[in-house]
Design a protein around this ligand. Structure first.
Ligand SMILES: NC(=O)c1ccc[n+]([C@@H]2O[C@H](COP(=O)([O-])OP(=O)(O)OC[C@H]3O[C@@H](n4cnc5c(N)ncnc54)[C@H](O)[C@@H]3O)[C@@H](O)[C@H]2O)c1
Length: 260
C-alpha cells in the first residue's frame, strides 16, 4: 500500500465499474480513504470489498448525482466516515449515439441532466465542503467528444463540451478557496461497457484513428486522475487533459505517405 494519499479523503462517482472503479482502486492503493459512490450500490460495494481485500480503505455510497439531497448526503456520509474531503472525481456519466436528425430531445435532456447537471451538483457540494476545510481538488470527466465533432454525438458532445467550459469557470471562481478544478477527456477506453457495445468494425476504426493503435486501459485514466488530485499538480488549474493515445492530436492518417 502506497502512502502518497495517506490521510486524504476522496470521493469517486460512478465507482462501480469501468474508469471509476479503476480510479477508486488506484487512490486506495496510494493510501486514500475512498468513498465509492454509484447509483448501482451493489457494484460500488463489490469494488469496496476488493479494495478492503487488498488492504485499502473504502466505503460504498448509493447516490444519484442528479439529486441534490442525495449528493449532500454523500458529502455528509464522507465527512462522518472519514473526515473532511480532499478530492472528488466526477466520473459518473452516460453516453449514447444517434444521427443528429434522429436525436430525440429526451436524449439531449437525459445526457445534459447526468453529465452536466450531475457534475455541477457534485462539484458545488464538494467545493462548499472543501472551502470550509482549506481547499481541495475537483476532477471532472469530459471526452474526446467534447473537443471533436464525431458523428452521432450531438447530445453527448453538448454535455462533454459543457463540462470543459464549466471546468474553466469553476477553476477561476474556486481558486480563492484553494480549490483546483481540472477535467480529463478520455479517448476509447477498454471498459466492460465498451467491450460489450463496440462491434469489430468500430474497434478497428478506433485502432486506426488512435496513433497508439489501441484502446486505453481504465488504469491509464486513473493515473491521470491521481496526478490531477495530487500536490504534483499544484499549479495545474482549469485544464482538460486528453488521455486518448494521441487521437485528438492527430489529423489525416494514412499508412503509406506515398499515396498522399
Ligand atoms: N469508456 C470510454 O471509452 C470513455 C470515453 C470518453 C469519456 N468517458 C467518460 O468517462 C466516464 C466513465 O466512463 P466509463 O466508460 O467507465 O462509464 P460506465 O458507463 O462504464 O460507468 C459509469 C458508472 O456511472 C454510474 N452512474 C450512471 N449514472 C449515474 C448517476 N445518475 N448517479 C450515480 N452514478 C451513476 C453507473 O452505474 C456506472 O457504474 C464517463 O463520464 C464517460 O462519459 C468514457
Amino acid at each position: 500500500m502506497g502512502e502518497r494519499f495517506k490521510n486524504r479523503v476522496v470521493i469517486v462517482t460512478g465507482a462501480g465499474t469501468g474508469i471509476g472503479a479503476a480510479t477508486a482502486r488506484r487512490f486506495a492503493a496510494e493510501g486514500a480513504a475512498v468513498v465509492c459512490a454509484d447509483i448501482d450500490e451493489a457494484s460500488a460495494q463489490a469494488v469496496c470489498a476488493e479494495i478492503a481485500a487488498a488492504g485499502g480503505k473504502a466505503a460504498a455510497c448509493c447516490v444519484d448525482i442528479r439529486k441534490p439531497p442525495a449528493v449532500d448526503a454523500m458529502i455528509a456520509f464522507t465527512r462522518s466516515r472519514y473526515g473532511p474531503l480532499n478530492a472528488i472525481v466526477n466520473n459518473a456519466g452516460m453516453g449514447a449515439q444517434k444521427d443528429f436528425l434522429d436525436t430525440p430531445l429526451e436524449m439531449l435532456h437525459a445526457m445534459l441532466e447526468i453529465n452536466v447537471v450531475g457534475t455541477f451538483i457534485c462539484a458545488q457540494a464538494a467545493a462548499r465542503e472543501m472551502a470550509a476545510h482549506g481547499g481541495g481538488a475537483i476532477i471532472n470527466f469530459s471526452s474526446h467528444s467534447g473537443f471533436l465533432g464525431s458523428s452521432g454525438r450531438a447530445a453527448y458532445a453538448a454535455s462533454k463540451s459543457g463540462i470543459i467550459g464549466m471546468t474553466r469557470v469553476m477553476a477561476v471562481d474556486l481558486a480563492k478557496h484553494n480549490i483546483r478544478v481540472n477535467a480529463i477527456a478520455p479517448g476509447p477506453i477498454d471498459v466492460p461497457r465498451s467491450r460489450k457495445q463496440h462491434v469489430d468494425e468500430r474497434r478497428e476504426a478506433w485502432q486506426h484513428a488512435v496513433p497508439l493503435a489501441r484502446y486505453g486501459k481504465p488504469e491509464e485514466v486513473a493515473g491521470v486522475a491521481l496526478f490531477l488530485a495530487s500536490d504534483d499538480a499544484s499549479y495545474v488549474n482549469g485544464q482538460t487533459i486528453a488521455v486518448d493515445g494521441g487521437f485528438t492530436a492527430a489529423g489525416l492518417r494514412v499508412k503509406d505517405l506515398r499515396v498522399l
